[in-house]
Ligand binder design. Structure first.
Ligand SMILES: [Fe+2]
Ligand SMILES: [Fe+2]
Length: 252
């Protein structure tokens, strides 16, 4: 990594950390932040499970087990955020069951996914097809995820530490997020080890540098999009209706 990339990395993560800390500290914006995390954490589960199956099919039992544990951890992280939302009497908008808006939101979320400036910049040069878990190259998945997990562990710890101690709900969330941060550190560690098992130290360093540079570019893309965006606060949450979720539980 060259010095400029490093400095930009520090500046970029500092700015995003400041922004997300402010968002999670403010009770008005907190539900939306939690919903975003719930969707991201739970959303990664099928991806990781497929990768685990693939590693097993390729005969790499060590990696298959690590990935299966990783998938379980991310599922639990999603549940921690869902629980925190429930304590605020909120839940993630159920896009599937809201009939009038289904068409709109599907269209919207698809185009959002395609346009996510962060991921577009991070995975520049790779088509969505190439990033599917059934085919994605291990030397793309491993370093790209390593960098994201490493940074997520620091970001979650920083955000946890700005939550107020006085409010029991926020204190609960703080403890949950500190645990999540610890898991993310573990994910980064096994991904690094996985690279070291397959490649030389020089190759690993090269990949880590490449994806660190990509992350810096992606943060810049994200930040400039945020400054220009008219619609960056689209709501992801709705009020939880206890009777409705109870009947869902009974039906399940
Ligand atoms: Fe996670
Ligand atoms: Fe993780």
């Amino acid at each position: 990594m060259n010095l400029l990339t490093y400095v930009m990395h520090l500046a970029g993560s500092g700015a995003i950390a400041y922004y997300s800390a402010a968002q999670i500290r403010d009770p008005k914006t907190r539900p939306n932040v939690l919903a975003g995390f719930q969707l991201a954490e739970s959303g990664s589960v099928p991806f990781l499970q497929t990768l685990s199956d693939r590693a097993a099919a390729e005969g790499d039992t060590w990696l298959a087990e690590k990935l299966a544990k990783h998938a379980e951890d991310e599922k639990r992280h999603g549940q921690i955020f869902a629980h925190a939302l429930k304590q605020l009497d909120k839940k993630v908008i159920d896009f599937k069951s809201s009939k009038e808006t289904t068409k709109e939101t599907t269209k919207e979320s698809k185009s959002q996914e395609g346009r996510s400036p962060f991921f577009a910049a991070y995975f520049k040069g790779y088509s969505p097809e190439q990033l599917k878990p059934a085919v994605t190259a291990w030397d793309v998945f491993m370093p790209s995820t390593y960098i994201l997990e490493l940074d997520a562990s620091k970001d979650f710890a920083r955000m946890a530490n700005v939550l107020p101690e006085s409010d029991p709900t926020a204190r609960n969330l703080k403890l949950g997020m500190l645990n999540i941060a610890k898991d993310e550190t573990g994910h980064a560690a096994y991904l690094y080890e996985a690279m070291m098992r397959r490649m030389s130290a020089t190759q690993v360093q090269k990949l880590v540098d490449e994806w660190r540079t990509r992350k810096v570019d992606a943060l810049m893309a994200f930040a400039s999009n945020m400054l220009q965006s008219k619609n960056n606060n689209a709501s992801l949450v709705q009020d939880a209706a206890p009777s409705e979720s109870d009947s869902e539980l009974m039906a399940a």
